[in-house]
Every structure is written in C-alpha cells, then in structure tokens.
Design a protein. Structure first.
Length: 169
C-alpha cells in the first residue's frame, strides 16, 4: 500500500515537473528536444552522483595515488553531481549548475586518466572503455556548456522558431 502511494506520488511529481511546471514552459512552448536534453542531463548527474554512494569502491579504485583523502573526495564529488544535477532543473540556478558541472568534469579528469592507466597496467579487457571515456568528457563539457547561455529557442504559436534572450525555461 505504501509503495503504491509512493509510486503514484512520484509519477504525479515527475509529470508535473516535466509537463506542467513553469520550470519548463514559463508561458511558452520550448523545443521538446531541449527539454529532454535538460532532463536527461539532470538525471544523468543525479544517477551518477547516487552511484558514488552505492558503489564507492569503483570510484576509490580510480583515484590518482597523488591525491589525498580518497574517501572524502568520492563523497564530495557524489554530493556535487547530485546537487548540480538537481540545480539544472531550476531556471534560476541552471547557468551556475552548468558551469559547476563543467568545472567538476575538469576536476575529475585525472581519475579518468588513472582509470585508463590502471587498466593498461592490468591488461584489462575494458581498456578500450577507459580510452573512450577521455574524449567523452569533452562531449559532456559541451553538453553542459549548452545550458550556460541565456538564449533558448522557443516555438511560436505559428510554429516558427524564435530566439529569445534571457527567457527562463
């Protein structure tokens, strides 16, 4: 019974946030791909941040040995990812959250390099994944950068695209 109530409440909350809230519409219809991209990015960072707590040993293994306080840094990066992911959803904090994500991706880049070096030294079959992760960081940075701008594309009532500066989604 409690689980059913939780599920109904959760579904209502997500439906409200995604489809009815002024977080996404603010008196105008915004391109669905941009909304989807924003929501996907938010959930990606929230999920990855939560994973820092559920599977911290994975993150501890890729910490560069020259860094101190490995446990603390894993927790801090997890909290940052969850926080920044949630802050992306609000128009008033979106730009700051996107910039914070960019800085976080740069800050954790040494861990991605360490992961590749570990896999190389172990002759791990997943070495190719760690190599692909390195340029993937650039794509993630560019994705976050797309939410640092004021301009967003709105659909007018006639269906024409219109660029509107300083509009909150």
């Amino acid at each position: 019974m409690v689980h059913q109530i939780y599920t109904i409440a959760y579904n209502y909350f997500i439906t409200y946030i995604v489809f009815e809230s002024s977080l996404f519409f603010n008196e105008a219809y915004i391109c669905s791909m941009q909304r989807l991209s924003l929501f996907a990015m938010s959930m990606f960072y929230v999920g990855t941040g939560v994973n820092h707590f559920l599977h911290s040993e994975l993150y501890l293994r890729i910490m560069p040995p020259w860094l101190l306080w490995h446990n603390e840094l894993v927790v801090i990066s997890g909290v940052c990812e969850v926080s920044f992911g949630l802050l992306l959803l609000f128009s008033s904090t979106r730009r700051v959250a996107a910039w914070c994500i960019i800085f976080l991706l740069i800050a954790v880049f040494p861990a991605n390099i360490q992961m590749m070096l570990n896999y190389w030294n172990e002759s791990n079959l997943k070495l190719w994944i760690s190599i692909i992760r390195l340029p993937l960081q650039i794509i993630l940075i560019l994705w976050a950068y797309s939410f640092t701008k004021h301009n967003i594309i709105l659909k007018t009532q006639r269906g024409n695209d219109k660029i509107v500066p300083n509009v909150r989604i």
